[in-house]
Design a protein around this ligand. Sequence first.
Ligand code: HEM
Ligand SMILES: [Cu+2]
Length: 558
Amino acid sequence: MSASLRTDGAREISSPERSGSVLHAWVTTVDHKKLGILYIAAGLLFFVIGGIEAIMMRAQLAQAANTLLEPQEFNRLFTMHGTTMVFLVGMPIVTGFGNYLIPLMIGARDMAFPRLNAWGFWMFLFGGLVLYMSYFASMGLYGAGTAPDVGWFAYSPLAGKAFSRGNATDYWILGILISGFGSISGAINMLTTTLTMRCPGMTMNRLPLFVWMMLVVSFLMLLALPVLTGAQVMLLFDRFLGAHFFDTQAGGDAVLWQHFFWFFGHPEVYILMIPGFAYASEIIPVFSRKVIFGYSFMVAATLAIGLVAVGVWAHHMFTVGMGQGLNIWFAVITMLVGVPTGIKLFNWIATMYGGRIQLRMPMVFCIAFLGQFLIAGLTGILLSGAPLNWQLSDSYFVVAHFHYVLIGGLVFTVFAACYYWFPKMTGRMLSEKIGRWHFWLFFIGFHLTFTTMHVQGVLGMPRRIYTYPAERGWEVWNAISSTGAILQGLGVACFFVAVIVAFRRPAQAGPDPWNAWTLEWSTSSPPPAYNFLSLPEVRSRRPLWDLKHPDDPDWEHE
Ligand code: HEM
Ligand SMILES: [Cu+2]
């Protein structure tokens, strides 16, 4: 690194990435900001792919006895859609925002392990490419390809060699296994950076809630992902080396796979959801012009959710016959998660109460999130009771529930985060006008698609069926549901139009367009490669407010 004096007398530090082409700079970068943007951009690209797969399924289900898709094609679509949305959309986007924001929020110049960080991104991307290679090469290099069709949780014995011939399932295993290394290295980086690279005065009690929540997410990633990796290696042994871990006929245990998968799978949904909580916890106070209500309770509730999340996995397995005792245990502990989640919902609403609400796009998406996540939580509590679960398991009620969590919870808060931090990342604002089209098309589409699915489920429609007879009375609900999926697609298209329009305009956002309080807004937009010329010293949870109002330290609300 070399330094030279700028005209304003400040020292200018030039980063090693200045040499070579723009492409070279992005491909060889170890900078957390660039890697964060690459993760988010790749996640959004896979979101479009996963969304197209969803719309194709909805087109097939729009009417009874439809012949648009073959049964095998439908199986491949829900497998690839579910796998893509969870591992290639949710994971990179939450890792991307964590990567971009944690060093800036704690007053550090980069992540603890920049090269590991770069390795992690390329492993994630390579894993995603391996999964999609299945479309081209899974029937041997010179044969046609078929994507994996065993569902996103690949239950045994379906995923065993006896039922899943060819290599499609191996592409599923390897794609996730490789991208998993990316997530594990991201978790190591986020955790180490938060614990060891905070600037002077940034005590744990002054950490932005975003950073606290990503800390819990990192722990959950380190706990859950290796279990999936281990189980996948066992499945590879079954498929290639004659082992029988999950082969019941040869003395193995198919239910063992389910325990391994969901010991990973349930924490996974919180690995995806807690970042959404993090975005909302940063955005809601700024647009209510009030500090967050109950900072310590928010931290404690997040730790409690993280803890409970590793003990509830078998609520996905009430129908395998675990026995009364375990059913009661997993039902009760699952219901328990309603307490810390309720505290969070209460604190977000209490933060808005009496505040000066500014309905800018980040806040509008967050307000929708609050209502939708409440619905998702309530149907989750419903499904956590084993007797009711026996009725609704594997029905469209379950599909509706997890989409309310993953879209109503995660995707809405991810869009809020995009509108909020896009100006910091690019120096440009996203259009509020186009944003409102995006929001209403996506909001109405979302509720049309998934509210009706609750009804389909209660009326007995099982998930993963590629068609259904007209006389079952599911047709109207499916037609509405499919119409909603189209509206969602149009809403997402508006978002990308807003991004394109923003890049055609000059960068005029300035360092702090929202008048916010955390350290990332103290840097220019976009921030310089080295983040901070000299490391900041903080003395409260609102370092930027302290800088702007040195005489008014105890500010609570405007
Ligand atoms: C954007 C709008 C979306 C639509 C219209 C949609 C629609 C669907 C449909 C129709 C299915 C298949 C249901 C079945 O046949 O069983 C499905 C399954 C699934 N979706 Fe979505 N989805 C969307 C977004 C998402 C997102 C954002 C996520 C996760 C972050 C997600 C995760 C899943 C999962 C995990 C499955 C289960 C796949 C399986 O059964 O193996 N979806 N979705
Ligand atoms: Cu669960």
